[in-house]
Design a binder for this molecule. Structure first.
Ligand SMILES: [Zn+2]
Length: 266
């Protein structure tokens, strides 16, 4: 694949296949490209959303890359069938996915299936390794349980990103012990009193990926509107301000990080 040398950004986490984009998909896609975004990555959620995801990726052509995985908030009574589907897709779609994700643990929405979430997380971490793919991890109110799972596996060579990272610097340092871990930074960094802005001062840009998580988590000053990858520029500007460097440096380093982690543009 040929890398277009005019692009600046990669949105490493965007749900462009969400219904929120149905009304003006083509215009939005054009606007995103015009804003200097060269590629984007679609994290998977579950079987119900997969068809939309893969159809949308097709429509985007070489612009979009897909991940496959079972999102922790979709781990419910039918979790086994959901996991079987992920495994099936991984096997059938060898070479088409750039990551296993979103996987992880979520204790915010519900803890009812926390034990099953842990099993699903562990299983998918193992598949990522088996298929040589990085992981996209979602954690909310469950970081201790994440460490518990990683410890139980004796994990030391995990490769992936903790998306929408909102942890402390200590959490970041602890995570780094489990392998090549990047953190995904999105719109939240622009929010007033966002803890992550302070934490980011100490985290090297070499460990940062840019993401929007669109249509959610819209950055300031667009808060209240639907989020889209177009706003990566705003996120990069905020990071540049925090790190005391230029937007170009943020763009260059984080894009390189994403290309290496997901094997894009080679
Ligand atoms: Zn997401």
């Amino acid at each position: 694949m040929k890398v277009n040398d005019t692009f600046k950004y990669i949105d490493t986490h965007v749900h462009l296949y969400d219904e929120a984009f149905d009304c003006d998909f083509e215009e939005t896609l054009q606007r995103i490209k015009d804003a200097g975004v060269g590629y984007c990555i679609f994290p998977a959620i579950d079987r119900e959303n997969y068809e939309r995801q893969t159809e949308c990726a097709k429509k985007c052509g070489g612009f979009a890359f897909e991940a496959i995985g079972l999102h922790p908030t979709s781990v419910g009574a039918n979790w086994k069938e959901e996991l079987d589907f992920v495994k099936e897709r991984l096997e059938a779609g060898k070479g088409t996915y750039v990551a296993v994700g979103e996987i992880g643990l979520d204790g915010y929405w519900s803890r009812e299936f926390m034990e099953e979430q842990k099993i699903a997380f562990r299983e998918q971490l193992l598949w990522a390794k088996e298929y040589g793919l990085p992981v996209i991890v979602h954690v909310r109110d469950a970081i201790e349980e994440v460490f518990e799972v990683l410890d139980s596996m004796g994990a030391s060579d995990v490769k992936g990103v903790f998306h929408a990272f909102s942890g402390s610097y200590e959490t970041y340092c602890r995570l780094k012990k489990y392998g090549d871990i990047k953190i995904g930074i999105g719109g939240v960094v622009t929010y007033k009193n966002a803890g992550i802005a302070k934490v980011l001062e100490k985290i090297p840009l070499e460990d940062v990926l840019l993401e929007t998580d669109a249509p959610w988590l819209t950055p300031v000053p667009y808060r209240g509107k639907r989020n889209e990858s177009t706003y990566l520029e705003v996120i990069a500007a905020k990071i540049a301000q925090i790190k005391g460097c230029t937007i170009e440096e943020v763009a260059k380093i984080t894009t390189e990080n994403a290309m290496v982690l997901f094997g894009i543009g080679k």
